[in-house]
Ligand binder design. Structure first.
Ligand code: G3I
Length: 341
């Protein structure tokens, strides 16, 4: 297929990203990646359990190889992720009581583990990344009192060990490293999913607003949290008006917004009907139309996977290329939303 590169279509708007792994960095997959995308996120290679499975033992070799190859192929790299409740080794924030039960680690030790991980990793990769997901998925699904963001925090191990300020502490630790390197240009992001849910997006809004307002008391005009990442794991019946309203609320915080993990699940069980494929394409088109209208405040739109066959939700065919790497209606929705709609 002689397809228009997506990154060319959006070159004046925002970066167009995809997920990378060592397996993607060769042959036809690499060609497809390079043709359409100019930014990359490691699917797993930069998560806490990949980089510091054992306390004090940092394993950077695989991630370094992946990043160096990605940069050499001309894509920019986003860092994912420093603090998360999944794919993080238990020693970071839990311990065992005398009876062998898992309990939260003491605050000081957990804080020390949090800061050491963040500072070591941010320092190590340095200016090779353009941005970091500093904290990932800290807010509950559908919080009942979004005005109280602290009550909306997920009961994650980091929260249980440190308390509600772990989010702010994480950003402060990353910011400290960046302050030592004024020549680096790296944005610090808060990243989460289901932000089309208005309760969840309000809680995130309130959290980012309060943390940045506190920071500005001593750092006038500066941001602690530079960006909000809307993951965007949508469904074919997701309402784009909700995505738009959340996007606009984050933009009103004065931060950059990125769409960090876009895919659109269909109800299919591997077999995607023509009708469903068209409906999926229509939602991709509607979303990219909204993103383009807000391009001045959007840094990057990243699609979470190259093809349906290797997606984390392969059975729902959520991506723009099928398992044979052929363009789906979704691809056409992305490159020309107006024409598609
Ligand atoms: O590497 C092993 C392989 O050796 C083994 O044979 C295989 C058997 O299952 O597992 C492989 O590891 C898997 C890894 O992906 C690499 O493919 C893990 O089991 C699997 O859990 C892991 O899934 C990742 C998932 O995060 C874990 O939470 C997905 O690739 C990754 O796309 C997904 O990404 C997350 C974002 O980080 C945060 N937002 C949600 C998003 C989707 O879940």
């Amino acid at each position: 297929q002689d397809l228009t590169p997506i990154k060319d279509v959006y070159q004046d708007d925002f970066l167009i990203g995809n997920v990378v792994s060592v397996e993607d960095m060769q042959g036809v997959r690499l060609e497809l990646l390079k043709k359409h995308f100019n930014a990359a996120t490691a699917g797993n290679a930069m998560k806490p359990d990949a980089l510091q499975r054992t306390k004090g033992v940092f394993t950077f070799t695989d991630a370094d190889k992946l990043i160096d190859k990605t940069l050499a192929e001309g894509l920019k790299m986003h860092g994912h992720t420093l603090v998360w409740h999944q794919q993080s080794p238990a020693w970071m924030n839990t311990t065992e009581d005398a009876g062998g039960n898992t309990i939260p680690l003491g605050r000081e030790e957990a804080l020390d583990n949090l800061k050491t991980h963040i500072k070591t990793v941010v320092e190590h990769f340095g200016n090779k990344v353009i941005s970091w997901d500093v904290v990932n998925e800290a807010i509950n699904d559908n919080p009942q009192t979004p005005s109280d963001w602290k009550a909306s925090l997920r009961q994650a191990p980091w929260y249980q060990a440190i308390g509600a300020d772990y989010v702010e502490q994480a950003f402060l630790a990353a910011r400290e490293v960046l302050d030592e390197h004024p020549d680096w240009d790296i944005r610090l992001y808060y990243n989460d999913y289901n932000l089309d849910n208005q309760n969840k997006s309000k809680a995130v809004y309130n959290m980012v607003h309060e943390i940045n307002t506190n920071y500005q008391k001593n750092h006038p005009g500066k941001l602690l949290i530079d960006g909000v990442g809307m993951q965007g794991h949508y469904m074919v019946n997701t309402n784009p008006a909700n995505v738009k309203s959340s996007l606009e609320s984050f933009i009103s915080l004065g931060v950059e917004v990125s769409i960090t993990e876009l895919d659109i699940q269909t109800g299919s069980n591997y077999q995607l009907s023509e009708k469903l494929a068209e409906a999926q394409g229509y939602l991709y088109a509607q979303l990219f139309k909204i993103f383009r209208e807000h391009a001045a405040n959007i840094g990057r739109v990243t699609i979470w996977g190259l093809d349906d066959g290797t997606s984390w939700r392969a059975s729902t065919n959520p991506l723009i290329f099928d398992k044979d790497l052929q363009a789906k209606p979704a691809y056409y929705g992305v490159i020309d939303p107006d024409k598609y709609m």
